[in-house]
Design a protein around this ligand. Structure first.
Ligand code: IMP
Ligand code: MG
Length: 185
């Protein structure tokens, strides 16, 4: 696999800016959910880095759990119309205040399907927190209650987001240079 420097065209959001915004989101969530029964649900794998940083800025008691979904069709860089749950929650969310934590909302199809799926379990509330919002690409109408950054319609990687499963570890969000990137065989 290529070194990330060979495929990076620009750093879109640097580490300091990311961390400062995540601290703000954590404080906001702590205020809003005070006295409630909060559970953070991380959508694997992209949301995991954001989740662990975010939860360390949440000062009220809360639980967390993971879910994994895979989208049908369209290939690795686009999601299709529907998703399949590949790893379900281990926690009963009935009557709880659920906050979905996502890396990015792109077409919105993933979040829309997740909301529909989780709603059937009758949480007391169900809201969405996304680090990145690529609004221009939206196909499904999804309510976003907490948003880290609006970003332009560019393919990004790092900070949990992958390029063919690589580079999730990078501490910043970068834009890929598609002319230089060679996908793994
Ligand atoms: P949506 O269903 O189209 O909103 O897509 C959401 C999922 O697509 C995200 O959870 C990401 O895993 C993936 N995705 C969308 N845009 C990007 C990107 O720019 N970089 C990496 N992954 C992305
Ligand atoms: Mg992904």
């Amino acid at each position: 696999m290529q070194d990330y420097k060979e495929v990076l065209s620009e750093i879109l959001i640097d580490e300091k800016t990311l961390q400062a915004r995540i601290a703000e989101l954590g404080a906001e969530i702590s205020r809003d959910y005070e006295g409630r029964d909060l559970i953070l649900i991380c959508i694997l794998k992209g949301g995991m880095i954001f989740l662990v940083d975010l939860m360390r800025h949440i000062t009220i008691p809360h639980m967390m759990d993971f879910m994994a979904v895979s989208s049908y069709g369209k290939g690795a860089r686009e999601s299709g119309g529907s998703v399949r749950v590949t790893h379900d929650l281990q926690t009963d969310i009935h009557g709880k205040d659920v906050l979905l934590v996502e890396d990015i909302v792109d077409s919105g199809n993933t979040i829309a399907s997740m909301l529909e799926f989780l709603q059937t379990r009758q949480p007391r509330s169900l809201e969405v927190c996304t680090l990145l919002d690529k609004e221009e690409r939206r196909e499904a109408v999804v309510p976003i209650h907490y948003r880290g950054f609006r970003i332009p319609n560019k393919f990004v990687f790092g900070y949990g987001l992958d390029l063919d499963e690589y580079y999730r570890n990078l501490p910043f969000v970068g834009v890929v240079d598609l002319n230089k990137y060679k996908p793994p065989a």
